[in-house]
Write a protein that binds this ligand. Structure first.
Ligand code: TPP
Length: 349
């Protein structure tokens, strides 16, 4: 799987990226992959209840993280990501150890204080809106921040990302409608990372449309379908798409073919799938062919990163769990009401 016919001819998107940028992207992709593999190990060893993450999406997600206009407030980009966005966060500057903390549910986890699944990010200072476990609700929230971007003026846009199966939810349709109202178009880049399946439902049995991106055309939106396993295609296409949304203050729907290299989640075993294209292998082939990096340097990077994360996971294991008294911190409800309901035994489970 994983190569999809582009909507647009390759043209500019096929241009090679500078060697320095490719090396930077490679390093981030390897860090993200090693992080995910460590998270999988932690889950299998009982250091975390559930794993879901992004092996197979590193090329596209790294490009996204590098291209974001990062900051807090409506003059900057808002990110409504999904649970496979680890490479985006790392490319933005997140510390991989914080992901280990969320997996281990320690109080030091900066994303949820040890209360949420792994890869459920939330970073106020970078406009990273909390990742939601119910799929697709990010698409009904995105128009809200896009309205804020629009009102603020400036360059900030809203970026919302989810999988192919989730597009069956009404939230996706709501987003299409709200971002494309004539005369009220919003600066929103809608991204569908298409790995050809839901948990176990094949996309081929779910989608009558040829491309998911085609649905944007009915709303007058610009659309594109790209191969997200190729870093150069991904970077160039994203650069172009973000520039369009930033400059024209109009929405766009981008469909990105990606792989899912460890299956859906720990619920499906989280074992390596070798039949799908691996974006890191593809990039490393280019780096070798263009004599940008030798094989030995790439192997060394992976071994060193794996070791560093192993050691970090041992340290994280010793960090305390959140105290029970913090259970209702940051709950979007009146604290006393929640306590009352809990003490009556009819809520707040
Ligand atoms: C509203 C809702 N329905 C069902 C689920 C269970 N669920 C979790 S992930 C998933 C599949 C999502 O597939 P897709 O949108 O293609 O994204 P992918 O996980 O493949 O990246 C489902 C059905 C959920 N989390 N939320």
């Amino acid at each position: 799987m994983t190569t999809t016919t582009p909507h647009e001819p390759p043209g500019e998107s096929a241009l090679a990226l500078p060697a320095e940028l490719l090396v930077r992207m490679h390093e981030n992709m390897v860090r993200a992959r090693c992080l995910e593999e460590r998270l999988i190990r932690m889950n299998k060893q009982g250091d975390g209840y559930f794993w879901i993450g992004g092996p197979g999406e590193e090329a596209f997600n790294t490009a996204l993280g590098l291209l974001v206009h990062k900051g807090q407030g409506p003059a900057y980009d808002y990110l409504h990501l999904h649970y496979r966005s680890s490479a985006t966060l790392l490319a933005m500057g997140a510390d991989p150890v914080d992901s280990l903390r969320q997996m281990k549910n320690t109080a030091s986890d900066p994303y949820s204080g040890g209360r949420n699944f792994c890869n459920h990010y939330s970073v106020r200072k970078w406009n990273v809106v909390p990742v939601s476990s119910p799929i697709e609700v990010q698409f009904s929230m995105a128009p809200g921040t896009a309205i804020a971007n629009k009102r603020a003026g400036g360059r900030g846009i809203t970026i919302v990302q989810g999988g192919d199966a989730g597009t069956a939810e009404g939230d996706f349709a709501s987003c299409l409608i709200w971002v494309s109202r004539p005369g009220n178009e919003l600066p929103c880049l809608m991204i569908v990372t298409n790995n050809q399946g839901g948990i176990s439902t094949p996309a081929s049995e779910q989608h009558g449309e040829k491309h998911i991106a085609d649905r944007g055309k009915a709303f007058g939106m610009r659309t594109a379908v790209i191969d997200g396993n190729d870093v150069e295609t991904a970077y160039r296409a994203l650069e172009k798409a973000m520039d369009y949304v930033r400059t024209e203050r109009k929405p766009m729907l981008l469909e990105v073919a990606v792989s899912r290299l460890y299956g859906h989640s720990s619920a499906s075993g989280a074992n390596l799938i070798t039949e799908e294209a691996d974006c890191i292998t593809l990039l490393e082939k280019k780096l070798e062919e263009r004599k940008i990096l030798p094989r030995a340097a790439m192997d060394e990077l992976r071994a060193r990163t794996t070791q560093e994360l192993l050691e970090a996971s041992k340290r994280v294991r010793e960090e305390p769990q959140p105290d029970g008294s913090t259970l209702y911190d940051h709950v979007f409800s009146d604290r006393d009401l929640v306590h009352d309901a809990a003490s009556r035994g009819n809520g707040a489970s």
